[in-house]
Design a protein around this ligand. Structure first.
Ligand code: GLN
Length: 533
């Protein structure tokens, strides 16, 4: 039987609950425990796949092709937990299932209600993840903030689970804000008291409070929080702002959070091992030998979360090369208006991430051209690969108005086009080419020397493909298809032969990169960019 840790958030959103949950997972793994993590999202979408980045930030894709919340990205980067479609539960999924059962007649004779039917469905979704898997601990993060109307069924479900699982088998952690008020030169505990009050109204007494604060929380303040919120002094954990998210597990460990959790859950004490994390990850983040400036050219660069995994994977590529990566976020529309030189002349590498829709494309094409002609290392991902192909077709192969049929249906040169299979697809949710597919790499390519093997498999999220009709023309001019999905002969990676490092892939390598296991393509890209520095 696994133990459960429920993580909720108080006062405001964006307190880093996801990173807190991932860090707890990391700490427990470092003590030899087997963990998994679940994210519950109270919105009514079945998954975030149909939301735009302004609404949701990045959509994270798992091996099994689920389109999930970006917190699952944090979980996978920090821990070894195997995650898939069941690790993200949404209100949409829960209602979908309950309503389907009702139509089938599973509840015949009954009125179907939030309590117990919706809450039972939530509890089953949580317990299903652990069934038959030997996890020691299941960490369940509830999205949103305590007090949100839409979060109530989830809170009621974890209240019931806490009681059903019993003492020492389930605990509640509230991540809360302890603000510093400048004019009073004081930190304030009242917002936390209110959030805990709200939780207790529902019937949940938090066991631990993780207190986000920009200032040190003195012992007296901790005691006050403990007294008013009905927890022990040792259960008030200070979480100061840190430079790198990868410091959080160590900070929690210094606050003895892992020991406390193990005590509350009656888990056998095992010594912890954060040595590798400290020496391989933190040491290099804090004291890098070199630095390098990389441009990310996208259309959502003002949003913190839209390219989350890309930014993290670049940092990992830096760790692998003992270098600090300075990320220059460049708006592709600005390049479209003012030309690429203004924004890219000082950078040592250019990355174009994934995306959808025509806006921003012409600016990205200009960015590709600049990187190709100036021989700046270039890394294209998904839409980034597609724009690289369009640019090469237009400016090297002379196919002047080459385009993707996503942007121009009747283009004369559809160098990127819809897969036959996708042509009849009308439903938008969950119908892209999603999840893990194998790819075979050609010998004597940059990709092969990065991966150091021929068979790889990577995660996908797209509908459009490189059009093999143009392969011959392009290969003649020096564009090489370096990786192929053998079963359907789909181009997965392209490279330019006469360029120091120009690699673009149809898949999303950023989803499989970890700070202690940087992705080979990101490692090679940063390595190539450093050579230019
Ligand atoms: N819009 C492109 C497609 O659907 C690229 C998708 C992406 O970059 N994730 O194929």
């Amino acid at each position: 039987m696994p133990k459960y840790i429920f993580v909720t958030g108080g006062v405001v959103s964006s307190l880093g609950k996801g990173i807190a949950s991932a860090s707890i997972g990391k700490l427990l793994e470092s003590r030899g425990l087997k963990v998994t993590l679940i994210k519950c999202d109270p919105y009514i979408n079945v998954d975030p796949g149909t939301m735009n980045p302004y609404q949701h930030g990045e959509v994270y894709v798992t091996d099994d092709g689920a389109e999930t919340d970006l917190d699952l990205g944090h979980y996978e980067r920090f821990t070894n937990a195997p995650l898939g479609k069941n690790n993200n539960v949404t209100t949409g999924k829960v209602y979908y299932s309950v309503i389907s059962k009702e139509r089938r007649g599973d509840y015949l004779g009954k009125t179907v209600q939030v309590i117990p039917h919706i809450t039972d469905e939530i509890k089953n979704s949580i317990r299903r993840v652990a069934r038959g898997k030997n996890f020691d601990v299941v960490i369940v993060e509830i999205g949103g903030t305590v007090g949100d109307i839409e979060g109530l069924p989830f809170l009621e479900a974890i209240r019931q689970l806490t009681i059903e699982e019993g003492h020492h088998n389930a605990i509640n952690i509230l991540v809360t804000l302890v603000p510093y008020i400048k004019s009073a030169s004081e930190i304030k505990t009242k917002p936390t008291q209110h959030s805990v009050g709200k939780l207790r109204e529902i019937g949940i007494q938090p066991d631990i409070l993780i207190c986000r604060s920009e200032r040190h929380i003195a012992r007296e303040a901790k005691e006050k929080i403990a007294l008013f919120c009905n927890v022990r002094d040792e259960a008030v954990i200070e979480a100061l702002d840190v430079e790198s998210i990868y410091e959080v597990p160590v900070m929690f460990s210094n606050e003895k959070l892992d020991k406390l959790i193990m005590k509350l859950l009656n888990l056998k004490y095992k010594g912890h091992d954060l040595y590798e994390w400290r020496s391989k990850v933190l040491q290099r983040i804090k004291n890098p030998k070199r630095e390098v400036k990389i441009a990310v050219v996208g259309k959502y660069i003002t949003l913190q979360d839209a390219y989350k995994s890309i930014y993290e994977a670049l940092i990992h590529g830096g760790i692998a090369n003992d270098a600090k990566v300075h990320i220059e976020r460049v708006d592709s529309d600005d390049i479209h208006k003012n030309g690429a030189k203004k924004y890219l002349k000082d950078v040592k590498g250019v990355l174009i991430p994934g995306g959808f829709g025509y806006r921003g494309i012409e600016g990205k094409v200009k960015a590709v051209r600049y990187a190709r002609e100036k021989e700046i290392p270039f890394f294209g991902i998904c839409l980034g690969m597609q724009t690289a192909v369009i640019e090469f077709a237009r400016n090297v192969c002379g196919l002047r108005c080459a385009n993707s049929t996503e942007f121009k249906k009747n283009t004369a040169y559809p160098v990127i086009s819809l897969l036959e299979k996708q042509k009849g697809v009308k439903i938008k949710g969950g119908t892209m080419r999603l999840g893990l597919y194998p790819c075979r790499l050609k010998n004597a390519t940059k990709s092969k020397s990065a991966y150091k093997k021929s068979k790889i498999s990577e995660r996908h999220r797209h509908r459009y493909e490189f059009n093999n009709k143009y392969k011959g023309v392009m290969e003649k001019k020096g564009l090489l298809v370096a990786g192929v999905y053998p079963k359907a002969n789909l181009a997965e990676i392209i490279e330019l032969e006469n360029h120091p490092w120009f690699v673009a892939c149809q898949f999303h390598p950023e989803f499989k990169s970890k700070p202690d296991k940087p992705h080979p393509l990101f490692k090679a890209f940063i390595g190539a960019s450093l050579r230019l520095s």
